[in-house]
Design a protein around this ligand. Structure first.
Ligand SMILES: [Fe+2]
Length: 170
């Protein structure tokens, strides 16, 4: 009501952020940790899958995806620490689900669905991020995901069916 000299500045900043449509720090940390777990899972799926392959092009694709996932893990980890949050050390449940899919072709489809989920999360979060630096890095992460999704998609379309089998349902 009247002047509140003891009111902490951060409360005012948080209230302003909410008024401007920006997500509060806790919510951003929650999503960044969710993304961190997903990226860690994605990196592990790409690495484990690359080990099952012999074709150089396929290995190169999965290594590139893995390198990107590792890069975004590091970026997310850094921001969470910077915001005095606790980076999650968990690996997303996505890893076990993906590795339960024996057919590599199907697993890559599943990986791309996971990558699309990450892209959607990023699109939802970005307009609510106040920091220009974080926004820029999330934008790079989104663009990298869009490009890897396209690469994997075109790879899957052009990939010969293993053993000459035809999957009439696919
Ligand atoms: Fe990813």
């Amino acid at each position: 009501m009247t002047d509140e000299p003891s009111s902490p500045a951060c409360y005012t900043a948080e209230a302003d952020d909410a008024y401007m449509g920006f997500a509060p720090r806790e919510e951003i940390l929650l999503v960044l940790n969710e993304l961190l777990e997903a990226e860690r899972a994605g990196a592990r799926v790409a690495l484990a899958s690359a080990r099952e392959l012999t074709n150089e092009d396929e290995i190169a694709l999965l290594r590139a995806v893995r390198d990107d996932e590792v890069r975004w893990c590091a970026m997310l980890f850094r921001y969470i620490r910077k915001a005095d949050g606790l980076p999650s050390l968990k690996c997303g449940a996505f890893f076990a689900k993906a590795m339960a899919i024996g057919d590599l072709h199907e697993r890559l489809h599943f990986l791309n669905r996971g990558q699309s989920w990450v892209a959607r999360k990023l699109r939802e979060l970005m307009p609510r991020v106040r920091s220009d630096e974080l926004y820029g890095d999330l934008k790079n992460m989104l663009e990298s995901h869009e490009s890897n999704i396209d690469l994997t998609d075109s790879f899957l379309k052009n990939r010969p069916t293993p053993g000459g089998d035809t999957h009439s349902n696919g």
